[in-house]
Structures are given as structure tokens and as C-alpha cells.
Write a protein that binds this ligand. Sequence first.
Ligand SMILES: NC(=O)c1ccc[n+]([C@@H]2O[C@H](COP(=O)([O-])OP(=O)(O)OC[C@H]3O[C@@H](n4cnc5c(N)ncnc54)[C@H](OP(=O)(O)O)[C@@H]3O)[C@@H](O)[C@H]2O)c1
Length: 251
Amino acid sequence: MPAPHLLASRHILVTGAGDGIGRAAALALAEHGASVILLGRTASKLEKVYDEIERRGWPQPALLPLDLAQAAPAHYEQVAHTVEKEFGHLDGLLHNAADAGTLTPIELYDPETWYRVMQLNLNAAWLLTRACLPLLRKSADASIVFTTADVGREGRAYWGAYGVSCFGLEGLMQILAAEVASEGRLRANSLNPGAVRTAMRSRLYPGEDVEKLPRPEDIMPAYLYLLGPDSRGVNGQALNAHDFLAHHFSC
Ligand SMILES: NC(=O)c1ccc[n+]([C@@H]2O[C@H](COP(=O)([O-])OP(=O)(O)OC[C@H]3O[C@@H](n4cnc5c(N)ncnc54)[C@H](OP(=O)(O)O)[C@@H]3O)[C@@H](O)[C@H]2O)c1
């Protein structure tokens, strides 16, 4: 089990921190001692997470409302500047915000939806990583986690821009991991949460019995592992939260 103060004095930025897996990750990271920078689209959702962290007496978080599908490169530089001013450096970056787009055959896929999904899921992750790398390099032990999915590891019909963006994230992670490998202090990995009970999952699988799905809270040990000191030296890996849990909690 993760030690209670596993992430003490770490500064970790989470995208899509207002809902679903990102919300659960922000709370779990704060509970384990991290100062969490809550980035997301809907300010009111972020404020609720902020208030919960404050109410529980966990380290003071920070709020960064930003629509990643609309943001220009200068906005990402501004995010990095704000984080530097407030925290000095970053120890973790969890790319989690995503839009699943539509389930549509490639030849019928709407170009505007395609552009929006690629901008949020893939380009924003690259732009934010690019802007934050100098802050991550100031940490003695920094971890970047790209959230992906099954459909980004094996092509499946109709998953369109979402599937392609997840393949892109795996490629981005591998290239970055190869570039930083010799530095030793910085690592990049991808994490597939698997099926989890969230709004995105319900939109994609409306007939599913959600009670049979794990809750976001249930998969947090994998996030705490990847964003904490225990995963030091793990770089360039494509991991699955369910495999991680089965391996570590099978007894
Ligand atoms: N749930 C699953 O079964 C599953 C399976 C495989 C992979 N994943 C991956 O896990 C991650 C989290 O998914 P989830 O299921 O937790 O989804 P979710 O419940 O829909 O949450 C997505 C989060 O992303 C934020 N977001 C959406 N558009 C944004 C934008 N333009 N700018 C900034 N933030 C934006 C949302 O903010 P608002 O609420 O303000 O819109 C929300 O906080 C995603 O990368 C997803 O691809 C999930």
C-alpha cells in the first residue's frame, strides 16, 4: 500500500482534475502529501476539488482553469510561468483530460470533431509537456504520465480521432522517454486506466452495468506508484492500471 506521506513536498499538475479519474487522482495525490495544481475546463468543478482538499487539511492546492482544446501555445507558457512563480518547480505531470469524440467510421468522421479531439488529447499534452519540461528538470525525481487507452495500443474500428490520439500519446511518450533516459532524474510513461466508472465511460457504453466497473478511486494505487518515488527508473513503459492492481493486490 502507498505510504501515507509518499508524495510529501511534491508538486504535481493534473489536467482534467475536476471530474472522473482526474478528480480522484488529484484527491489521492493530495491525500498522500502532494501540492496539486488543478487544471481543467470547468472552474466550478475545480473549485469543488479545491475545497475538498482544503477541508481535509491536505497541502494547499492551486487552481488553473483552462480550456485545453482552445488554448494557444502562449497559454501553456503562461501556465508554466504561473507554476514556477507559485511552486518553483514540478515533480509530476499527469496528462488526463480527454474528449472521446464520436464512434464513427473514418470516412464519415466530422473534421471539426477530429481537430478538437486531436487538439485536446494529443497537441495539448505535447504543448504542456514542452512548456513544463524546464520546471520538471528542476526536480530531483520527476514523472510524466500520459493517460491512454486500449484503443491506442491496438487499432479498433470506429474509435476515430480518440484512438489515433491515444496512439499519438504512446508515440510522444516513447520519444520523450528516449530523449530524457540519460538524464536519470526525469521519466515518462503511459498509463491505460482500463474500464472505469466515469461520465466518459457512460457516454461511450450507455447500456453497461456501471456497478460492475471499478470506481476511479479503486485504480489510484497505479497513479500513486507512477507519480511517486517508487517508480524511479521506470521509463518509456506502457502500463495498465488493472494489471498493476492485479499484480500488487492479488493476495
Ligand atoms: N473511464 C474509462 O473507462 C477510461 C478508459 C480508458 C481511458 N480513459 C482515459 O482516462 C482519462 C480520464 O477519463 P475519464 O473517464 O475520467 O473522463 P471524464 O470523466 O469525462 O473526465 C474528463 C476530464 O477532462 C476534462 N476536460 C474535457 N475537455 C477539456 C478541455 N477542453 N480542457 C480541459 N479539460 C477538459 C473534463 O473537464 P470538464 O468536466 O470540465 O469537462 C474532465 O475533468 C482520459 O484520458 C480517458 O481517455 C478512461
